[in-house]
Ligand binder design. Structure first.
Ligand SMILES: *[C@@H]1O[C@H](CO)[C@@H](O)[C@H](O)[C@H]1NC(C)=O
Ligand SMILES: *[C@@H]1O[C@H](CO)[C@@H](O)[C@H](O)[C@H]1NC(C)=O
Ligand SMILES: *[C@@H]1O[C@H](CO)[C@@H](O)[C@H](O)[C@H]1NC(C)=O
Ligand SMILES: *[C@@H]1O[C@H](CO)[C@@H](O)[C@H](O)[C@H]1NC(C)=O
Ligand SMILES: *[C@@H]1O[C@H](CO)[C@@H](O)[C@H](O)[C@H]1NC(C)=O
Ligand SMILES: *[C@@H]1O[C@H](CO)[C@@H](O)[C@H](O)[C@H]1NC(C)=O
Ligand SMILES: *[C@@H]1O[C@H](CO)[C@@H](O)[C@H](O)[C@H]1NC(C)=O
Ligand SMILES: *[C@@H]1O[C@H](CO)[C@@H](O)[C@H](O)[C@H]1NC(C)=O
Length: 462
């Protein structure tokens, strides 16, 4: 506490010292500070406007005086009202218009008129140990709020691209100090080779119009107290046809050639970008003669009715406003149904099905081969070799025993027997032809295989 009591005169001395420096430098500061949040205030005509002011000071004061003055360019400043302590002394001319509640220095103007536009000066005087004085200036503007703008296009019926021009005019019924801005699809439009503005920017001139100028246009109007945007306008611009194309629901399209299966009806669709929509016509070419077969964007070709296998068509698109036309030529080839369908079915088999099929075939083949090998030769040999000398076929008995591969070793002989009852079966080759066999009836013959094993080879494994 003792320290505070000691510091107080010291700090006020510092304040006085600072103020003396400010006085020297600016001639304004004396421990009194007047501030305003904004040096420019935009008011709306007919409404109340409040001019806020704050002030503060460090010295003991006996009298607080506040004075408001109004000045307009090239005119004398006018006294509006003043106060000492809490008593207000208005200028009687304006006494109902301006209000102040001292010691609050803020001023209320009600109602605001266009004539109230100008600079408002507030001066605060503090009477204490000497007199402190400070002032501030606030600029006030008065405006009517913007009413909703309306855009009009000329010509309203639209313009043909590269030929016509278009003017968009923004009209506003009410509002002061209007600033116009044009927006296209929500973004500001700038001056370019085809866009130009009137001096006020309230008209936009497009010369010439192109397809790229199609969009959502609006006019944004601002003033210091408000802003309003017009409804969106889409200028009518005639263009096209562009990007003419023929497509089909069926058939294979390669370039300008459609391949269609015989018997299928196919629908062709002709399309091109244009405004207004094109008028389409279809032309068939046959034997150097062209004739229009249909109007409209769709053409159905029933392929069984087509006499030729290859037919040329032309789709023609015409824009009757721009007067431009475009056409595209295409060829329809009717293919026979059989090969195409088979090829498609072959293609449609899945690889898995193919693998399964091949595998099954291989397995069955191997089984059949095995079974044939196991039973068929054995049976035949067994049946046919009955009654033969034992020495001739003793090895053949073990023919089916494939456990030992060495058993299969040998020279195989193909033998034919004449099939006659009571005739003993004899190998044809070892028997000489003169040995009675030639004289016998050879009307049916049985064949068999005989294995010969060379003696040395037979003895070797044993
Ligand atoms: C203002 O108020 C102070 C103290 O409250 C007083 O001394 C002074 O006389 C007043 N001034 C007038 C003009 O009423
Ligand atoms: C002055 O009065 C206005 C309303 O009457 C109030 O909003 C404002 O805060 C006051 N200013 C001071 C410094 O008291
Ligand atoms: C008034 O100011 C004078 C000089 O500016 C100073 O000497 C004096 O102490 C001050 N009095 C008070 C009460 O502040
Ligand atoms: C469009 O504007 C251009 C340049 O401003 C002008 O030369 C032309 O005559 C205009 N065309 C029409 C149809 O108004
Ligand atoms: C223009 O506006 C319409 C509807 O108002 C909207 O459907 C369309 O997408 C807009 N176009 C663009 C380019 O923003
Ligand atoms: C018109 O608009 C352009 C840009 O769009 C701007 O630079 C110019 O200041 C505007 N003129 C007026 C009078 O508002
Ligand atoms: C088709 O007609 C043109 C002119 O019309 C002619 O020059 C051409 O020789 C004709 N071609 C055939 C194949 O007839
Ligand atoms: C263009 O074609 C449309 C539809 O076919 C028709 O309604 C319109 O009258 C035509 N316009 C002109 C200028 O020929």
């Amino acid at each position: 506490m003792g320290q505070d009591a000691f510091m107080e005169p010291f700090s006020s001395m510092v304040a006085v010292f600072q103020c003396k420096i400010y006085l020297l430098l600016l001639g304004a500061c004396s421990g009194l500070k007047v501030t305003v949040p904004s040096h420019t205030i935009h008011g709306i005509r007919g409404q109340a406007l409040y001019l806020p002011v704050h002030y503060g000071f460090h010295t003991p004061a006996s009298d607080i005086q506040i004075i408001w003055l109004f000045e307009r360019p090239h005119t004398m400043p006018k006294y509006l009202l003043g106060s000492v302590n809490k008593s207000v002394v208005p200028d009687l001319e304006y006494q109902h218009k301006f209000t102040m509640m001292p010691p609050n220095a803020s001023l209320l103007i009600n109602p605001l008129q266009f004539t109230d536009e100008g600079n408002y000066i507030v001066k605060v005087n503090i009477q204490g140990n000497g007199t402190l004085s400070a002032s501030q200036k606030i600029q006030v503007t008065v405006d009517d709020p913007v009413k909703k703008p309306v855009v009009q296009t000329h010509p309203s019926s639209g313009a043909v691209e590269y030929v016509g021009n278009m003017t968009l005019t923004c009209q506003v019924e009410g509002g002061t100090r209007l600033i116009y801005q044009w927006l296209r699809n929500g973004r500001p439009v700038h001056t370019s080779s085809t866009y130009s503005f009137s001096p006020q920017n309230n008209t936009l001139h497009i010369a010439p119009v192109t397809k790229e100028d199609i969009g959502n246009y609006s006019c944004l109007v601002k003033n210091p107290v408000s802003e309003m945007e017009s409804d969106i306008i889409m200028p009518i611009i005639y263009y096209g046809p562009y990007g003419l194309q023929v497509n089909s629901d069926k058939g294979l399209k390669v370039g300008e050639v459609f391949t269609v299966d015989l018997g299928e009806a196919i629908l062709f669709d002709c399309s091109a970008d244009s405004y207004p929509p094109n008028i389409y016509s279809w032309i068939q070419r046959a034997d150097n003669i062209t004739y229009v077969i249909k109007h409209g964007p769709h053409l159905e070709v029933a392929s069984e009715e087509v006499a030729q296998k290859t037919t040329d068509y032309v789709c023609c698109a015409y824009n009757n406003i721009t007067g431009r036309r475009d056409e595209t030529r295409f060829t329809v080839i009717i293919t026979s149904i059989g090969l195409e369908k088979l090829a498609q079915k072959g293609k449609s088999l899945s690889p898995l099905a193919c693998i399964t099929g091949i595998s099954l075939f291989l397995i069955i083949s191997m089984c059949l081969l095995f079974l044939w090998k196991k039973y068929q030769p054995h049976k035949v040999i067994k049946q046919k070799l009955e009654g033969r000398p034992e020495t001739e076929y003793r090895k053949a008995q073990t023919f089916s025993g494939h456990e030992d591969a060495l058993d299969d070793f040998g020279i195989y002989e193909f033998v034919a027997f004449p099939d006659a009852s009571g005739v003993p079966r004899m190998p044809s080759r070892p028997v000489p032809a003169s040995d009675g066999v030639s004289g016998q009836d050879l009307h049916s013959t049985i064949y068999e295989v005989i294995q010969h094993i060379p003696a040395q080879q037979q003895d070797h494994p044993e």
